[in-house]
Design a protein around this ligand. Sequence first.
Ligand SMILES: Cc1ncc(COP(=O)(O)O)c(C=O)c1O
Length: 462
Amino acid sequence: MAAADLQQNARDHLWMHFTRMGGFGEGKDVPIIVRGDGCYLWDANGKRYLDALAGLFSVNIGYGYGEEIGQAALEQMRELPFYTNWSYAHPRAIELATELASLAPGDLNRVFFVSGGSEAVEAAWKLARQYYVARGNHGGPLRYKAIARYISYHGTTMGALSINGCPSLRGVFEPLVPEVRHVHNTNRYYRPADETEATFTQFLLDDLEQAILAMSPETVCLVHMEPVQNAGGCFTPPAGYWAGVRAICDEYDILLSADEVITGFGRLGHWFGSERYDIRPDIICCAKGLSSSYGPIGAVIASDRVMEPFLGAKSSYSHGMTFGGHPVMCAIALKNIEILKREGIIEHVRETQDIFRAKLETLLDLPIVGDVRGTGFFYALELVKDRATRETFDDDECESLLRGFLSLALFEAGLICRQDDRGEPVIQISPPLIAGEAEMDEIVTILRVVLTEAAERMRLGG
Ligand SMILES: Cc1ncc(COP(=O)(O)O)c(C=O)c1O
């Protein structure tokens, strides 16, 4: 189709996700991306963009490996285009499960495949619920409740949505799946200035323990958290946090699930964020970077302890989906992992993350940038009205700043990144893991120009 036809048909027939479909027309086009290479994308009019979001925090190897991954997919199509993981195995699922077991830390040795992140979270909660039944809960109450954190995003299917801590996403779908409580996330930006890191950690751990006690510990099956929380803007954990969460889960015999849908496969400079922070989870959920999003595939990786009650001759995990472990998706994921290893991409993140961070921190001289947070290739800039008082923008200001100005201005300047106000307003930066200093400089240069104009529009002082 020609560009004009694509535009018209997109408006007439395509229903885009989380998109105000009524907002197009009269000068506002549907952004149509037609091609990608490296860290760059091109739209239907031939304009180039630096993708500082790696698709959706997910195209870890960048857009330039289509030939090689396509060849692996083609070979798999020829050999066995589809078979299922329901009662049967096939070589690619076995090979990928073996590879993931070797990459995942500790005794996380068992892999259950799904098609994406929401399905992985869904499967993790169901697994945790059934785990206690399979183990025989000795006549005790059913363990079915879960705990997650405020403002966290874990997906959109009903179970995953229920675990979500974003009120704006949950509200319209209430009542959700019982029963989830949300505890404080690790956002330290708005904590008292004189609070030490150790006090903050203790505050968070006390909050988690209080939530468990209030829910009746013997009814809670899962604590589900990201190693670094994305929504709200890259909340890294304070020292001692993960060791404390692990200890509390052990004390109350609750499974700990690390949502590594974003943080897995190099985003934090390690195969898994669980390794980076020594989280020792019982379950890891992954998707996105598992295939660098060249194909829809996700996985739940369970520890030997979680698997143990499912190894009885008559027991099985009562869950499955047609496309879980699709052989073509497994072939794509295997090739993606081969490329990540061969090209030293995860080492590249580890070696250049400090340079990236230092470049982003130069933006702290702008009156609208209150904080730069994150690690690896995963950063957020907190936008504030007043850097000294940390005063944030109200809802109307967020609407005019983020949706009314920033998203369009950054896109027009050739930069794709995320402007998010699920918590306080932030800009999220999470480029393909192959980004070098030239791309980092381009990101910072465009951000400086656009954020300077944003500050002027919001009439912020220097
Ligand atoms: C941490 C986390 N978990 C789960 C999901 C859901 O993944 P998907 O969109 O593949 O269903 C996402 C998606 O962004 C995510 O960031």
